[in-house]
Design a protein around this ligand. Structure first.
Ligand code: SF4
Length: 278
């Protein structure tokens, strides 16, 4: 059994060579953490903390939320974090505060029916299919009035994708398969994205038929990955965002010998890693 994630499947779709380096050869990424990733992580942590408190019947004050965010920001900020534009570290820190202040003002007292935060889900695709897809839901909600479940996802990106992206999004749709399996196929599941930079909530829904088609499509893709023998690079505009570009043969680069020697060895205690091809 191999454990897949949505990002693992997407990596294969985008470029087989990138997939091989990351998931099969386990070459550590040469790219240091970006400040955008750090901001996203700290905002997610702060919102998780907020809702964990709410679940314990304590609604933190806005100041407490900001204090928590500041603490996480400092704890996780290392000298390795990269800033590639004209903004400063302080600008990014302030962005996070604005996201949280706006979110707090809009959603206080946070009584929309949160069931769990950072919920791990396993997606069963087909009876007897040996591989599984795993994912994490930022926040799972049960909306009592509408008798429906909601999968909430927080986004800290600067850009707002167009409507089509949400209608075709596979990631939250995949998670909704697991939620329906737990709570009943007839229960509606709503997909909710919070674009914090715009203080905007976007929702989308899938029919059971669409979810069945998605399962088939993911099974087809996993079978293709499992049987792949060749992992050629796929040079495209997306290479500009590829973390392995400086190691990529398509760009005339190579993986340094010392990196190959010290690459991460498979962890024998991890089923996912044991079963990955080498
Ligand atoms: S730089 Fe481009 S071609 Fe090379 S691994 Fe990354 S995505 Fe693939």
């Amino acid at each position: 059994m191999t454990l897949y994630s949505h990002s693992r499947i997407s990596a294969f779709e985008q470029c087989r060579y990138q997939y091989k380096l990351k998931y099969l050869d386990k070459i550590p990424s040469p790219v240091k953490k970006t400040v955008e990733a750090h901001l996203g992580e700290c905002v997610h942590d702060a919102l998780e903390w907020l809702y964990k408190n709410v679940l314990q019947k304590h609604v933190p004050e806005m100041d407490e939320l900001i204090e928590k965010y500041s603490l996480v920001w400092q704890e996780k900020y290392t000298g390795e974090i990269v800033i590639v534009n004209n903004l400063s570290k302080q600008d990014y820190f302030n962005k996070g505060i604005k996201f949280l202040v706006d979110y707090y003002a809009k959603h206080h007292p946070f009584d929309d029916g949160t069931l769990e935060t950072e919920k791990k889900v396993w997606i069963n695709l087909e009876k007897n299919f040996p591989h599984k897809v795993i994912g994490y839901i930022d926040r799972l909600v049960y909306n009592k009035e509408k008798n429906e479940y909601e999968i909430h996802d927080y986004k800290t990106a600067n850009t707002l994708p167009d409507r089509k992206k949400f209608e075709n999004d596979r990631q939250l749709a995949l998670y909704s398969i697991a939620i329906k399996e737990t709570y009943g196929q007839e229960k509606p599941v709503v997909l909710v994205w919070h674009y914090l930079n715009y203080n905007l909530k976007i929702i989308s829904k899938r029919t059971n038929e669409q979810l069945e088609n998605l399962k088939k499509e993911i099974v087809r893709q996993i079978n293709e990955i499992e049987s792949a023998k060749e992992f050629p690079p796929n040079k495209s505009v997306l290479c500009n965002w590829c973390e392995y570009k400086q190691y990529c043969k398509a760009w005339g680069n190579s993986i340094p010998k010392e990196i190959l020697e010290m690459r991460i060895k498979p962890d024998v205690n991890s089923k996912e890693k044991i079963n990955e091809k080498h």
